[in-house]
Design a protein around this ligand. Structure first.
Ligand SMILES: Cc1cc2nc3c(=O)[nH]c(=O)nc-3n(C[C@H](O)[C@H](O)[C@H](O)COP(=O)(O)OP(=O)(O)OC[C@H]3O[C@@H](n4cnc5c(N)ncnc54)[C@H](O)[C@@H]3O)c2cc1C
Length: 805
């Protein structure tokens, strides 16, 4: 057996084999896959093999499209049949809300270049004669959908990988993974030990056990899943061609043709997590005891909607386990906090997603970054809070909601209050409706009473609308206060900190006591962060950024740190705090500090440690609201003291607590983008407009400089713009297509209502030639088209006088 490999992949299911194939295909042939038994010995062998492109995350949908189109290429390369069937897929809606959902999916498909479209219910019955059209309101058709042979696909990847020089070693269980001094891993098996420069955990059903070998707990959970196969159905026999793969959301069932019968699977709400304490090491090519009573209610609904199934005999029932992640998407990439340890786990739809996962993993390893933003799959979107127990609860919730609609304004109930701040109960008593980011609860908006603290899930404006409007008004006209515990705070210290950050950040570093805004770029010039950097003394810096992305940024900082001279800490949970904003915020701050906070005593973009409300604080004079404002960071144990002192001192100033919805409304009115939506690795500094904060001429050779300069010289293909959208009762959220002259030219990255300017606003990327003030577009929103007009200047306080004041 090999004693050294550039990459060792653990697990010969569809995911591991795809990673191996893509690594070898993209030029790394010194790669080895270790499989404890035969290939496909986990979930892969008993999958239903259904393939489809629909996913709420457009980049994952793109990767699903890539996966589906890869199968033919794999067959041609290897001669191994993948058992490809492509009769197309039907998505059926039987409620108006589901129809809205399908309209959104169709809209996304337009800018992804897919041919997904609505067809009549009669046409739908022509594609699947089993459905009863009167039960449905609409049908979306996706021509590329179908199904494949799971075992054939897995073997084709393995064969393709071997073709490009990779090695597959079967009957070789990994029993230890030990980190080495040189940053690699000793991968121990009964057949010997391999020194891996990079280790990939793709152990599917056993990913948790393999993770434990390296000391990590993965928040994923295998779930039992039933499907059944019927005897021949006369309507199928008579149809003459293969019937379309069909998803009936409200019927909670997916179906595809199996010989002359039907395969029907369902996701029961009273779902059963499997092997909670660990997957047995001797589990392999066996199935679980089926229990049709668990799915009988679902089956009755399916029989009503497709009566022919009820008349057919059941030939076979399959109950097999497969692994889910907390939000249903895979967890891939380098694990923050570990060197050269990667995962590709929790891939619950390996036959839809395996190709894309393999491609992104291989690109990321070989080129340092995948070609698209993989945030929706990045393991770094979870952190320490995502324990195995939390993962079990969330993964089960996700499984049971697989065909249940989740609205854009909806926050899901399982695994909540995993992380709370000291103010949680106080804010709840004030009527806070809570959201969650990176495990931490934060207020979205405030209802007048705790009893009214509920938001109707909807695609349209919700009952929160008027309360958010009040919160915005209070912050714009007087003074508002928002908890900012959920911002990320990264501390970088030491004699080498300045040089380190000068290389990582594209802007010039601020002087001591000052703040600077800066993008962080990848070598290809893509955005990897949008941060505010504060310099407290010559060797101490704080970086404030997206709370959701804190682990991704931690990984980036640690991955680029020199061996000596710099220390890095993620202080996000060690610094909570409150931001106050509005024309009367200075008056409020002055009431709770002895320091001079006049406009000359604490200038715009000053940062200083000082005593506020009798507790030690770090005060930064910035505000994401666009108003005069201050961010007051304190240790969590001072949070209550700070809150109470501000509340008391601000009472006669009309101080009002507000939530993140109001903040999002205010930032839109300022044309400011946010991380994970408008700013992310799909875009560059120039495209996003963040090049304003790039110091092209600074002495330090910052990461991404050459790419940023090249972009500046060659011009931009697209640009981020803010648009006023002529709607009456609905606002963009994200991913709505933007049309110009009848062609889809871009898509919305975020949207909402500007409560001060009283207009519906959206941000999105459009071709730069069209990114002119007053340029007119049409945006498709829930099936309707709305006029949208670019406004290059913010509608609110365009010269920024209010925040600089
Ligand atoms: C009933 C059912 C229906 C499904 N239907 C579909 C569908 O229609 N479409 C779809 O896309 N997906 C479907 N799936 C899901 C799909 O099967 C999985 O997404 C996919 O198989 C996951 O592949 P994997 O490679 O991650 O994991 P696995 O298939 O579990 O593979 C992991 C491999 O790692 C090996 N391994 C584990 N530990 C070690 C070790 N220590 N050393 C060496 N090797 C190790 C195992 O032996 C195994 O071969 C279904 C699953 C089930 C159960």
């Amino acid at each position: 057996m090999e004693t050294h490999a550039r990459v060792v992949v653990i697990g010969g299911g569809v995911v591991g084999c795809s990673i191996l194939y893509h690594l070898a295909k993209l030029s790394w042939s010194d790669v080895v896959l270790l499989e404890r038994s035969e290939l496909t010995s986990g979930s892969s062998w008993h999958a239903a093999g259904v393939i489809h492109t629909i996913n709420s995350d457009p980049n994952i949908a793109r990767m699903q499209g890539y996966t589906i189109n890869l199968y033919k290429e794999l067959e041609d390369l290897t001669g191994q049949s993948c058992g490809i069937h492509r009769p197309g897929g039907l998505y059926l809606a039987s409620t108006p809300e589901r129809l809205d959902y399908l309209r959104q999916e169709r809209a996304k498909a337009r800018y992804m270049g897919l041919d997904t479209d609505f067809i009549s219910l009669e046409h739908a019955r022509d594609l699947n004669p089993l459905i009863e059209p009167s039960k449905y309101l609409g049908a979306l058709f996706e021509p590329v959908d179908g199904h494949v042979d799971p075992s054939g696909v897995t073997h084709a990847y393995a064969k393709g990988a071997r073709h490009y020089g990779a090695k597959v070693i079967r009957e070789c269980p990994v029993i230890e993974t030990n980190p080495r001094e040189d940053g690699g891993w000793d991968v121990v098996t009964p057949q010997g030990t391999i020194h891996a420069e990079i280790l990939v955990n793709a152990a599917g059903l056993w990913a948790r056990e393999v993770g434990r070998l390296a000391g990590i707990d993965l928040p994923i959970q295998p779930m039992e899943h039933h499907y059944l196969i019927t005897e021949a159905i006369p309507e199928i026999e008579a149809h003459g061609r293969e019937i379309a793969v069909t998803v009936d959301y409200e019927g909670n069932a997916y179906t595809r043709q199996e010989h002359k019968g039907l395969l029907l699977g369902t996701y029961e709400t009273n779902c059963v997590p499997w092997a909670v304490d660990g997957t047995p090491l001797d589990f392999g090519h066996e199935l679980l005891q089926d229990d049709l009573s668990r799915v009988s209610e679902r089956l009755e609904t399916a029989f009503e909607r497709m009566p022919a199934i009820g008349r057919a005999g059941i030939k076979k029932v399959v109950n097999g386990p497969f692994t889910f992640g907390p939000d249903g998407n895979p967890l891939i990439g380098p694990v923050p906090g570990l060197k050269n340890y990667w995962t590709a786990v929790g891939v619950m739809a390996g036959f839809c997603q395996g190709g894309g996962v393999g491609l992104c993993m291989a690109e990321w390893m070989i080129y340092g970054e995948p070609h698209i933003d993989v945030w929706g799959m990045d393991i770094a979107r979870f952190g320490e809070f995502a324990t195995r127990d939390w993962g079990r609860v969330k993964s089960a919730e996700n499984y049971s909601r697989r065909f249940i609609l989740t609205y854009p304004n909806e926050t899901l109930p399982a695994g909540r209050r995993q992380k709370t701040t000291a103010l949680y109960d106080r804010l709840a008593a004030k009527g806070a409706v809570m959201g969650v980011s990176h495990g931490l609860e934060h207020a979205l908006w405030f209802a007048p009473t705790p009893q009214e603290a509920q938001e109707t899930p909807t695609f349209r404006r919700s009952n929160a609308f008027r309360y958010v409007a009040d919160e915005v008004r209070a912050a714009r006209e007087g003074v508002g206060m928002i908890e900012i515990a959920n911002y990320a705070k990264h501390e970088v210290k030491g004699p080498g900190a300045e040089a380190f950050l000068d290389r990582l950040l594209a802007n010039r570093l601020p002087k001591v006591g000052r703040l600077a805004l800066t993008p962080m770029l990848t070598p290809k010039g893509k955005l990897y962060g949008d941060l505010t950097v504060a310099r407290l003394d010559s060797e101490t810096f704080y970086l404030f950024g997206s709370g959701a992305a804190q682990n991704m940024h931690r990984r980036w900082f640690e991955g680029h740190m020199p061996k000596t001279g710099v220390s890095y800490y993620n202080r996000s949970d060690a610094l909570h705090g409150l931001a106050i904003s509005g024309p009367r915020s200075r008056e409020l701050l002055q009431r709770v500090t002895r320091e001079d906070v006049t406009s000359s005593g604490l200038r715009f973009r000053d940062v200083r440690r000082m005593t506020v409300a009798g507790v030690p604080a770090m005060v930064a004079r910035v505000s994401f609201s666009g108003e005069l404002g201050y961010e007051l960071y304190v240790a969590p144990h001072y949070q209550v003291a700070l809150y109470e002192a501000l509340s008391e001192a601000g009472a006669d100033l009309g101080l009002r607590i507000y939530g993140s919805r109001a903040l999002m409304s205010m930032r839109l009115e300022k044309n400011w983008g946010v991380w994970t939506l408008d700013f992310r690795p799909d875009f560059t500094a120039g495209e996003s407009g963040l090049d304003t904060f790039v110091a092209f001429d600074k002495a330090a050779e910052f990461i991404g400089r050459d790419a940023a300069i090249a972009e500046r010289e060659h011009g931009l293909e697209k640009r981020l713009v803010t648009m006023v959208v002529d709607t009456l009762d609905v606002d963009c959220v994200a991913d709505e297509p933007i049309f110009h002259d009848g062609a889809c030219v871009g898509y919305v990255t975020s949207g909402g209502y500007g409560h001060t300017v009283q207009k519906s606003l959206a941000m999105g990327y459009v071709p730069s030639a069209l990114a002119q003030d007053g340029a007119r577009f049409r945006i498709e929103l829930l099936g309707e088209f709305y006029e949208a007009t670019v406004t290059t200047q913010p509608l609110y306080d365009p010269d920024g006088g209010r925040m600089r004041n």
